[in-house]
Write a protein that binds this ligand. Structure first.
Ligand SMILES: Cc1ncc(COP(=O)(O)O)c(C=O)c1O
Length: 361
């Protein structure tokens, strides 16, 4: 056998691997998974029924154009179907956006720390990541991001609320930023957690997109709608961006089951958003309790909280596991904890309290 291996693209070397949130273990002390910002509620009966019917047809390819889902989305958001594109989760659509805009020599700007897929999908495309540090308060530094734009910039991600900090950028600062971005640079407003926002000063990206042809909004069914395992997300963007997304999509990437579940979820939106309301109440309870314990917690508008633990991050994550919850550590930086079932949140709060007490000694 020859020693020579097939030639692979040099860009792939050193690309960090996406780290999924650790699962809860069947045995052992970890009973709850608070590491992937999932929705803790099981699927609604109506959604399950529609999915069960769709499962019976999986010998057929799905509708490649996602016609039924596109029609629902067009109506729900008041946008033409030609301004919509779907993908295998919003991370799939984000990758298509990078592929459609950026290659070797081009730059993609995003805040750091932010969603960990951004550096991966940028480098897979051969483009250069430009990471702009968050402010000391863990918020996007939009002025610094605008200052980082060069003639090589092709795409800018603004993650609002930001994963993993939960922090938001508000209307006035976002509009000021968008005014500074050249019209031929695409700004992607990643709103994976949009439904959890309660701050009225945070703009709905869809309103910003209407006036600005270089703004694209990314949304997902994975979080508020509880379909993380089915992989369906979408973008709202003007032509020619939406058309480019349809071109770069993996053919038949969104399964029939996912399409049917997404349609059923849009039709059951009131009930699903009621559940989101309960999670938002839980979020307030968790944040208040953490602050009462003495933690510094940035204001979060997502379904998770961020604790900047620095060198103690891994120790804290291990302590949480001992208390029965698995969280998402970013070594040397901090821990992101999803707001989950009340019982899981209680277990996490106990772990946080015990950790503070022990480390205060
Ligand atoms: C900010 C952000 N964008 C996009 C995604 C991707 O979600 P999905 O591919 O499940 O739609 C996530 C998932 O964690 C996220 O946090």
């Amino acid at each position: 056998m020859s020693e020579t291996s097939p030639k692979l693209r040099a860009e792939l070397e050193g690309i960090p691997t996406y780290k999924p949130g650790k699962p809860a273990s069947a045995e052992g002390p970890v009973a709850f998974k608070l590491s992937s910002n999932e929705n803790p509620y099981p699927p609604l009966p109506g959604v399950m029924e529609r999915v069960a019917a769709a499962v019976a047809e999986f010998n057929r390819y799905p509708d490649m154009a996602c016609g039924g889902l596109m029609a629902e989305l067009a109506e729900r958001f008041g946008v033409p179907v030609s301004h919509l594109a779907t993908g295998t989760g919003s991370v799939g659509v984000a990758q298509q956006l990078v592929q459609a805009t950026s290659g070797p020599g081009d730059e993609v700007i995003y805040a750091w720390r932010s969603f960990e897929a951004y550096p991966i999908i940028t480098r897979i495309s051969g483009a250069t990541p430009v990471q702009v540090p968050l402010t000391p308060g863990d918020v996007h530094d939009l002025d610094a991001m605008a200052d980082a734009i060069t003639e090589r910039t092709r795409l800018i991600f603004v993650c609002n609320p930001n994963n993993p900090t939960g922090t938001v950028v508000r209307r006035a600062e976002l509009e000021r930023f968008l005014d500074r971005v050249p019209k031929d640079v695409l700004v992607v407003l990643d709103e994976a957690y949009r439904e959890f926002i309660r701050d009225p000063e945070v703009p709905d990206g869809v309103e910003l997109y209407r006036e600005r042809p270089n703004v694209c909004v990314l949304r997902t069914f994975s979080k508020a709608y509880g379909l993380a395992g089915l992989r369906v997300g979408f973008a709202i963007a003007h032509e020619p961006v939406a058309a480019a997304l349809r071109k770069t999509a993996v053919p038949f990437g969104v399964s029939h089951v996912a399409q049917e579940a997404a349609i059923a979820s849009l039709q059951a939106e009131d009930e699903l958003l009621g559940r989101v309301g309960s999670l938002v109440c839980e979020r307030a309870r968790v944040v208040d309790a953490l602050r009462a314990q003495g933690w510094t917690v940035p204001e979060t508008q997502a379904n998770f909280v961020w604790l900047r633990l620095g060198e103690r991050t891994m120790e804290f994550a291990a302590a949480c596991e001992d208390h029965g919850v698995v969280v998402r550590p970013f070594a040397g930086e901090g821990v992101r904890v999803t707001v989950g079932e009340n019982e899981a949140n209680d277990m996490f709060l106990k772990a946080a309290e015990a950790f503070r007490r022990e480390t205060a000694d």
